[in-house]
Design a protein around this ligand. Structure first.
Ligand SMILES: C[S@@+](CC[C@H](N)C(=O)[O-])C[C@H]1O[C@@H](n2cnc3c(N)ncnc32)[C@H](O)[C@@H]1O
Length: 253
């Protein structure tokens, strides 16, 4: 019997999760989700950052029981997302790739009064865990979850600037597609945050031909040359890029 789009996405995601798991294991217990930090510095960073609260801690524990657990953003990245969201104060934010809801909860907590977060994912099972914890954290009323292939959900949105913040963290081979769908829907000076842009360092290894690595390497190359945005790539977790949409493509300020 032919596999449904949802099944194919799930299989591709599981493959991505397996790659992450291999890399975390190979790093021999260095900071989770970082191929660049040793365990001492990783622990120091954690100790000198605000700790997750009880709901985030419980959500991590529930997620840790899943075979795909490593897909969740690490705590320090979640804190960074809350800080960035609170600084940007978006009226509307969108997340592409929600999983069990950790990053969404962090973004939702940074929203201003009346701010809304649109979450896009394909998995009913994983986002059921998200919903439970959003309820507990009291943020469900500001989150809209749409299930289905994210490119279709984005394409269904009016093609006009509405969002001040976007976070891309779904299937890596579709990053370029998500970005191109998001750009016209982002307000001037709005930001798009993109996760896993270093692919455990494989983006700089030319012989690494894993489809996700190839796609992210090409995405990074094109983004750096894109005159519509100002871009900074940060070595946070597995690499995080922040792209600010310029008010005018020729403006460099
Ligand atoms: C790396 S996880 C997201 C992690 C999440 N941001 C967190 O902090 O826990 C990637 C997610 O993207 C979803 N996904 C993969 N391909 C997708 C697609 N084509 N459309 C929508 N969601 C997709 C998967 O179901 C998975 O939940």
């Amino acid at each position: 019997m032919p596999r449904s789009p949802a099944q194919r996405i799930r299989e591709a995601t599981a493959l991505g999760a397996e790659t992450v798991r291999r890399e975390v294991t190979r790093s021999g217990g260095r900071g989770p989700k970082s191929a660049f930090l040793n365990s001492t510095i990783g622990a120091y960073l954690t100790e000198h950052s605000s700790p997750p609260d009880e709901v985030l801690g419980d959500l991590s524990a529930v997620t840790a029981a899943l075979p795909e657990a490593e897909m969740q953003v690490p705590a320090e990245q979640g804190t960074l997302l809350t800080i960035l969201t609170a600084s940007i104060a978006p009226h509307r934010a969108v997340e592409v790739g929600t999983f069990t809801g950790y990053s969404a909860l962090c973004i939702a907590r940074g929203l201003p009064d009346g701010g809304r977060l649109l979450c896009l994912d394909v998995s009913e099972e994983w986002t059921a865990i998200a919903r439970q914890h959003w309820d507990r954290a009291g943020v469900s009323d500001r989150i809209d979850l749409v299930l289905g292939p994210a490119a279709d959900s984005l394409a269904d949105l009016p093609e006009e600037p509405t969002f001040d913040l976007a976070f891309i963290d779904a299937d890596k081979v579709s990053y370029q597609r998500y970005y191109e769908l998001l750009i016209p829907r982002i307000n001037p000076n709005g930001v798009i945050i993109i996760d896993n842009v270093l692919q455990y360092g494989k983006v700089v290894r030319p012989r690494s031909d894993n489809p996700a690595v190839v796609a992210v390497r090409e995405f990074n190359r094109r983004l750096a040359a894109d005159s519509r945005v100002q871009v900074v790539m940060l070595p946070v977790a597995d690499g995080l890029t922040i792209a600010r949409k310029l008010p005018s493509p020729r403006s460099g300020d």
